[in-house]
Write a protein that binds this ligand. Structure first.
Ligand SMILES: O=C(O)C(=O)C[C@@H](O)[C@H](O)[C@H](O)COP(=O)(O)O
Ligand SMILES: [Zn+2]
Length: 361
């Protein structure tokens, strides 16, 4: 078992990573001071696999939880779905000390966190991520949100969980695509922060794809350490935290243009990173050899490099709804090498359009 702390003063919290972590969960809940009633939010893929077992752990710890199951998939990350969960919370009589638990992938975590942040102006929130993407990224750092028809994650808050529990046994039970789209975010950590980690991924690609246990624990723990380190320094994305958005300016446009269903988030991030790397070369920041290394690793991890079903023009218009666009200027996170990025608001329109054209197929 590995434990990584997200250090945020009084709001610091543990990320517990491992197989067989039931006792950790029970002892945390027992001493957390929660009310006797809570709510587990899960989806139609994950719920049948493990929700009853997790609910039994909470019962052992003295908290009776109702399981609320939402349809699996990105369309559930909506205000309408959040409203249904508010109704469930009210009908269940949840109070200000009632924990709301997200059991699932990134969609369940972001949506449930948004509900926990706003129901009664904020109630205790626990993350139990079951997909690789949620484990290495969305369950850590407190970004919670729902989508708006005009853009991804546009309605949300910063709201940290009390703890994050990652049961690695659950990973193996999920469909392959659900598990592996998270590799896009893992490659991102290598590019933005840790050249050694990137090189390790290049060398151990086969082990990673086989979900070999030691390798899986390493990539999850290292990704969480990097994210925790960034979030500790800049919780609300005033500056440094923007580096975690590498590849996302284009990724969010790809997701929107394909109705949030064609590509998993991590797949869209892979496409977005290929685009951001190409822009970085055009801007004279990144060596072509390093761009090739990035593309090769994305390809080796069986992730896409181009987007079907989108046009460059539509994507270009979407870029202006990105949260890093300020006063009409897009702030790009660009690579200066493997392990180093910086922010630029001076990328010419012609460069952007050329790269978007190359990405759309
Ligand atoms: O935690 C962050 O900060 C990130 O940017 C991580 C991203 O991988 C994640 O997809 C995040 O939800 C995107 O945030 P957004 O602010 O661009 O919606
Ligand atoms: Zn992401």
């Amino acid at each position: 078992m590995r434990k990584v702390m997200v250090e945020l003063g009084a709001r610091s919290y543990p990320i517990v990573i491992g197989s067989g972590i039931d006792n950790e969960i029970i002892s945390f809940v027992r001493t957390a001071g929660y009310s006797a009633h809570g709510m587990i939010v899960t989806d139609t893929n994950v719920g049948p696999l493990c929700a009853d077992r997790i609910a039994a752990l909470f019962t052992d710890a003295g908290v009776h939880t109702e399981i609320v199951t939402i349809p699996a998939g990105e369309p559930s990350k909506s205000l309408a779905q959040a409203n249904d969960l508010f109704t469930s919370a009210i009908e269940l009589g949840l109070d200000r000390q009632s924990p709301i638990i997200a059991l699932g992938g990134g969609v369940v975590g972001d949506l449930t966190g948004f509900v926990a942040a706003t129901y009664m102006r904020g109630v205790p929130f626990l993350q139990m991520p079951t997909s690789l993407l949620a484990q290495v990224d969305s369950s850590v750092g407190g970004k919670v949100a729902v989508n708006h028809p005009l853009g991804k994650n546009l309605i949300g808050a910063f709201y940290q969980p009390d703890a994050v529990f990652m049961d690695l046994d659950l990973l193996r039970t999920l469909p392959r695509r659900e598990i592996f789209s998270g590799l896009g975010e893992i490659i991102k950590y290598g590019i933005i922060y840790d050249a050694d980690f990137f090189a390790w991924l290049e060398e151990h690609c086969a082990d990673v794809l086989a979900l070999e246990p030691t390798g899986a624990t390493h990539i999850i723990a290292r990704s969480c350490e990097i994210k925790a380190n960034v979030v500790r320094q800049d919780e609300r994305e005033g500056g440094l935290r923007r580096i975690l958005n590498f590849g996302h300016t284009i990724a969010h446009a790809v997701e929107k243009e394909t109705g949030y269903v064609r590509y998993r988030h991590g797949e869209a991030v892979a496409i977005g990173m290929a685009g951001a790397a190409a822009i970085s070369v055009q801007m004279g920041l990144l060596a072509e050899d390093d761009r090739v290394r990035i593309s090769e690793l994305i390809r080796a991890m069986e992730l896409p490099l181009t987007a079907g079903g989108v046009t460059a023009d539509a994507m270009y218009a979407d870029l202006f709804h990105d949260k890093k666009t300020v006063g009409g200027r897009i702030h790009w996170v660009l690579a200066e090498g493997i392990g180093r990025v910086s922010i630029h608001d001076d990328v010419p329109e012609a460069v952007i359009r050329k790269i978007l054209l190359g990405l759309s197929s």
